[in-house]
Write a protein that binds this ligand. Structure first.
Ligand code: PLP
Length: 450
């Protein structure tokens, strides 16, 4: 059978359920209720196989920063496929798209993050980081420094190593852990702050890093990894005291600081990088998603001069067939050109972010809504049965969040839930009128209750 957009939706859903295993999904459920079939997209709007127009307040999976439907990226991709569809960057070969993208990233990133190792996904880039960090300390004559400290509910990817690095217990339960990864608590004041002020709580959570270093042994700890703002963990914007204290501790003990910028990078938090918004000076940055706005799979580990000097002196036994894929590099370069030359990052930061904040915070008057937090172009709200006590629902965590997500979906709005927190991360090209629509649909979904 030729399967096309013109087939009846039920038939597409039946074939999908029969043969396609979806990520993070109970696949048997798809036989009862088929997946929504998305057929095309433009700007911030998806169209499904029934002709419904859906406002995508998640930019896909936090990645379509530039918005859907930019022909320039299709053109660059087709040109590059004709000229050089593939060549690798192993064994002393290179090509112009990889050179140009590495150079551009060195220029765009802050500080002396000047050296770029390409991969295809955030997961692979974080696997790369584990290798980089452990190789770094081996080459410096301290091979016992292997432990990487991360945080609960962090998301660093889905490969076995990157999911171990992350702090999602459901993933650990299914695939197990890898050695020498340690997790401290996340700075989620609403859920875990109790009677403390956000500032005291932020300090307390950051100081868990120092405690962990001392308990595990200073001579064993290699690095700390964190998303400047935890994304998949619920858009947890840390109290202002948190990151300066983490930075102080990393500097004091000389451990490498890895900023996982897979979501925060490329304008999401109001600057090019979340490290700038949070005032962090990482030794290593992970980037993906917004690097190509999702138009091609590509990611990178970007390291500073200090790390590159050590790593460059040995053979680094690591790489992927598609590291620095020419088509993906060309697409990413064009995406970065558009983000920059059209002023998308600066317009989002100056014009859209304050508007989004004001409008999203207006949902805070809803009886089911507790804390509402926004940084740049990402935000979250906590659902609660009682905002004065920050109470949790009687139902299992995530039950109400899932229902609100379903109501949003039925109202043609994609908002995601993380437990009982609703999160947004729209394309950076959303208009103010579309932000208004987002809020109207979100309020309607909330009004429909649970
Ligand atoms: N790191 C962060 C912060 C992420 O949010 C994600 C994905 O959501 C990843 C890493 C993994 O990226 P990928 O799904 O491309 O492997």
């Amino acid at each position: 059978t030729q399967i096309t957009n013109h087939m009846p939706t039920e038939e597409l859903q039946r074939l999908d359920a029969a043969h396609h295993m979806h990520p993070f999904t109970t696949n048997d459920d798809l036989e009862k209720k088929g997946a929504r079939v998305i057929t095309r997209a433009k700007g911030v709007t998806l169209t499904d196989s029934e002709g419904n127009e859906i406002l995508d307040a998640m930019a896909g999976l936090w990645c379509v920063n530039i918005g859907y439907g930019r022909d320039e990226l299709a053109e660059v991709s087709s040109r590059q496929m004709r000229e050089l569809p593939y060549y690798n960057t192993f064994f002393q070969t290179t090509h112009v798209p990889a050179i140009a993208l590495a150079e551009r990233l060195a220029e765009l990133t802050p500080y002396d993050l000047n050296h770029v190792f390409f991969a295809n996904s955030g997961s692979e880039a974080n696997d790369t980081n584990i290798r980089i960090v452990r190789t770094y300390w081996q080459e410096k004559g301290q091979p016992e420094k292997t432990v990487i400290i991360s945080r609960k509910n962090a998301y660093h990817g889905s490969s076995v190593a990157s999911s171990a690095l992350g702090g999602m217990s459901g993933m650990h339960a299914q695939s197990g852990m890898i050695p020498d990864i340690h997790h401290i608590d996340q700075p989620n004041w609403w859920a875990e702050g109790g009677d403390m002020s956000p500032e005291d709580f932020g300090l307390e959570r950051a100081q868990q890093l120092e405690k962990a270093i001392l308990e595990l042994g200073e001579h064993k700890v290699a690095a700390f990894i964190g998303e400047p703002v935890q994304g998949a963990g619920g858009v947890i914007i840390p109290p202002s005291t948190y990151w300066p204290e983490i930075q102080r501790i990393c500097d004091k003990y000389g451990i490498l600081l890895i900023a996982d910028e897979v979501i925060c990078g490329f304008g999401r938090t109001g600057n090019w990088f979340g490290s700038q918004t949070m005032g962090i000076k990482p030794d290593i940055m992970t980037v993906a998603k917004g690097l190509s706005s999702g138009y091609a799979p590509i990611s990178a580990s970007i390291v500073n001069d200090k790390v590159a000097a050590v790593l460059g002196a040995c053979e680094f036994n690591h790489g992927y067939t598609y590291s620095g894929h020419p088509v993906a590099c060309a697409v990413a370069l064009e995406n970065l050109r558009i983000l920059d030359e059209e002023g998308i990052v600066s317009h989002a930061a100056q014009e859209l972010a304050p508007y989004l904040k004001e409008k999203f915070e207006s949902l805070g008057d809803h009886p089911m809504v507790g804390e509402v937090k926004v940084v740049g172009m990402m935000g979250s709200l906590a659902l609660t049965p009682d905002k004065t006590t920050r109470a949790k629902f009687a139902a299992d965590v995530g039950t109400v969040g899932f229902m609100v997500r379903e109501r949003c979906f039925a109202n043609n709005l994609i908002m995601r839930h993380v437990g009982d927190r609703m999160v947004i991360s729209p394309p950076l090209v959303i208009t103010k009128a579309e932000i208004d629509t987002l809020i109207v649909r979100a309020r309607k979904a909330l009004d429909e209750g649970y």
